[in-house]
Design a protein around this ligand. Structure first.
Ligand SMILES: Nc1ncnc2c1ncn2[C@@H]1O[C@H](COP(=O)(O)OP(=O)(O)OP(=O)(O)O)[C@@H](O)[C@H]1O
Ligand SMILES: [Mg+2]
Length: 209
């Protein structure tokens, strides 16, 4: 089914560390702008001065952080970004592409850390002001492939290791099965160009651009 393009839409890109999210999020923005739409790219955690301060704490804290504090900080950063950046854009008829959003919390703090997915979903509901993406691309690659693509300098969460990343991937796969209309699984082992075309075809057919 196609939808009206008169209101702003919200697209998110998800997946384990190094799967190609930022690469593809930038291409989506390029495609939307070429289609004559106003589109903004945001990244999580971050995308606003307060959210970026929380990002530094989350990714580079040297002290041990409790799993629940990590989850709540992620969602606090998301609330700030949603209220100050994403919602105003969408209400103004503009498109937003987010490099990670609420599904990352379900995957990392739920799958990775083992916190209750139900509790995280409830807090996400509050922290997102109930905003849900219109479309989500989950770029799926095996952990070994992601490892080869990731830089040597890893942040606190990227340093958690293969078992952690595998649990995150499994949680993303579960999520895509539970919301198949919203969450599109993309085989991330294809070339950058192939993925770009596959993603664009989905966007085109959903929003009739
Ligand atoms: N389909 C692909 N095939 C091969 N290499 C790729 C592909 N997609 C991205 N890459 C490369 O892999 C690296 C990681 O890509 P990118 O930064 O887009 O991933 P990411 O998911 O945003 O990572 P992070 O979670 O660390 O932010 C980059 O060097 C990028 O050029
Ligand atoms: Mg990235």
């Amino acid at each position: 089914m196609t939808e009206s393009i008169s209101s702003g839409k919200f697209i998110t890109v998800e997946g384990i560390d190094g799967c190609g999210k930022t690469t593809q999020a930038e291409y989506i923005i390029d495609g939307l702008v070429e289609a004559g739409l106003s589109a903004k790219l945001v990244r999580e955690p971050g995308g606003d001065p307060i959210s970026e301060s929380i990002r530094k704490l989350l990714l580079h804290a040297e002290e041990s952080m409790s799993d629940r504090a990590e989850a709540l900080l992620m969602i606090a950063s998301r609330a700030q970004l949603t209220d100050k950046v994403i919602l105003p854009q969408i209400i103004d008829g503009k498109w937003v592409v987010a490099d990670r959003y609420a599904d990352s919390t379900v995957a990392y703090q739920g799958g990775g850390r083992g916190l209750s997915v139900k509790s995280l979903s409830d807090i996400n509901h509050f922290g997102t002001y109930t905003l849900k993406p219109d479309l989500t691309f989950f770029i799926d690659i095996p952990v070994e492939v992601a490892n080869m693509r990731m830089s040597v300098a890893r942040d606190r969460i990227e340093s958690e290791g293969d078992d952690f990343q595998q649990r995150v991937r499994d949680q993303y796969l579960m999520l895509s099965k539970s919301e198949p209309d919203r969450v599109i699984v993309i085989n991330g082992e294809q070339t950058i160009e192939e993925i770009k075309i596959e993603i664009w075809n989905h966007i085109n057919s959903k929003f009739n651009l």
